[in-house]
Design a protein around this ligand. Structure first.
Ligand code: RFL
Ligand code: PHB
Length: 389
């Protein structure tokens, strides 16, 4: 098989890129290691920036998002037993859309099927070859046979554990990393959310986040030790712990109910530089990871895709490499700002084992400053709704 662009990974980055390319008449194939149902079973992000929504509009995959997504003009920072509203809309003129990554993925998959573009699920042993030359190709195994796809370019959209970044010689890549000494235990339950907007809570027992997928489905997280096991968390224990970390008014509004998803995710910041190696381009989690505190991971995948699509489009329209040559630098400029923001939100909202009395006082002063300074709150809001791209 021969295509113009071979895309590794059928997560939001790969699917969004694939749809933009297909709509522009650039043929592409997507390869994923796992099946469609497995991908749709992953519960992840929930907050979309305007720029991400705009790209989904451009991809023609946003009708349901506009019908069902919740527009949020603010969120709450809770500490010291009180809520402090960050007025996103008032300070930036922008809102965010609460709509699950699972639904974004489902919408993009549906659009891809409608357009007839090819996706190969359950492709084993995917490999990328000769991306330093002008004729790269990928191989994979399916049904006991090894197959080859020749292409002009390879887009590595295969997430943090994917094969694309790992295929680059170590000497050609620099990585920057910070692991945090805790995880997030996340729960999904068919119960109404505690409030109309998200609540990020800093509490002596640890961080908690009240999010949602709809007005009848809640998504909650609590900070937990890295070595904690999901089995140790009965629903009852979870609801108790969540309530204890929230201001009284919110704790009383928690509607407990059976959870239908429960998982623990470690928190990490990671960036690989550059994001281009000849004909291989990394996008999304394949190139960078942010802790979820700032709600930036999926949105960064979208902005990478925007820059990469522009470069590819320019190449096929004008035979100009300018956009592709600029890709890594343009993407990384935005990536590092989101990495900084996600790190700062994480530092401000969690309890660290080694904070100490001085660190604790600094954290409290920072929160107090933030909610009493319009300048500081505006800077937070500007980053949360998403820097422009
Ligand atoms: P994905 O979604 O990981 O998709 C990668 C795809 O590549 C496939 N793959 C391979 N295919 C072929 N061969 C191989 N060797 C392969 N290895 C992997 C995988 O099967 C998969 O289908 O990466 P992508 O597309 O870059 O998307 C990134 C986002 O998924 C991620 O950044 C967000 O989920 C992060 N995130 C959040 N982001 C936000 O913007 N807002 C949020 O509110 C938010 N909350 C979160 C989050 C991530 C979380 N977890 C679990 C890490 C909350 C959580 C708890
Ligand atoms: C979510 O709804 O899953 C979510 C929302 C905001 C975050 C992280 C996760 O910062």
């Amino acid at each position: 098989m021969r295509v113009q662009v071979a895309i590794i990974g059928s997560g939001p980055a790969g699917l969004l890129l694939g749809q933009l390319l297909t709509n522009a008449g650039i043929d592409n194939v997507i390869l994923d290691r796992v099946g469609k149902d497995y991908i749709l079973g992953r519960v992840r992000a929930g907050v979309l920036e305007d720029g991400t929504v705009r790209l989904l509009d451009e991809a023609g995959a946003s009708a349901r998002l506009h019908a069902e997504g919740l527009q949020h003009g603010g969120f709450s920072l809770a500490f010291d037993g009180r809520n402090h509203r960050i007025d996103l809309a008032g300070m930036t003129g922008k809102k965010v859309t609460v709509y699950g990554q699972t639904e974004v993925t489902r919408d993009l998959m549906q659009e891809r099927e409608r357009s007839g573009a090819k996706t190969i699920y359950e492709a084993d042993n995917v490999n990328v070859h000769d991306f330093g030359s002008t004729s790269p190709y990928t191989t994979y195994e399916h049904g006991g046979k090894t197959r080859r796809i020749d292409c002009d370019f390879i887009a590595g959209c295969d997430g943090f554990h994917g094969v694309s970044r790992r295929s680059v010689p170590e000497s050609a890549i620099s990585t920057y990393e910070r692991a945090y000494p805790f995880g997030w235990l996340g729960v999904l339950a068919e119960v109404p959310p505690v409030a109309n907007e998200l609540i990020y809570a800093n509490h002596a027992r640890g961080f908690a986040l009240c999010s949602m997928r709809s007005m009848t489905r809640s998504r909650y997280y609590v900070q937990c030790p890295l070595d904690d096991k999901v089995e140790a968390w009965s629903d009852e224990r979870f609801w108790d712990e969540l309530r204890r970390r929230l201001p009284l008014e919110n704790a009383e509004a928690v509607t407990p109910g059976p959870s239908f998803e429960k998982s623990i995710a470690p928190l990490r910041s990671f960036v690989a530089e550059p994001m281009r190696f000849g004909g291989l381009f990394l996008a999304g989690d394949a190139a960078h990871i942010v802790p979820p505190t700032g709600a930036k991971g999926l949105n960064l995948a979208a902005s990478d895709v925007h820059y990469l699509f522009e470069g590819l489009h320019e190449y096929y329209a004008d035979r100009s490499m300018a956009g592709l040559d600029a890709y890594s630098q343009r993407a990384l400029q935005r990536v590092w700002k989101a990495v900084r923001f996600s790190w700062s939100m994480t530092m401000m909202m969690h309890r660290f084992p080694d904070t100490g009395a001085f660190g604790q006082k600094i954290q409290e002063a920072e929160l107090d400053y933030l909610v009493h300074s319009r300048a500081a709150a505006t800077a937070l809001a500007e980053n949360y709704v998403g820097l422009p791209f």
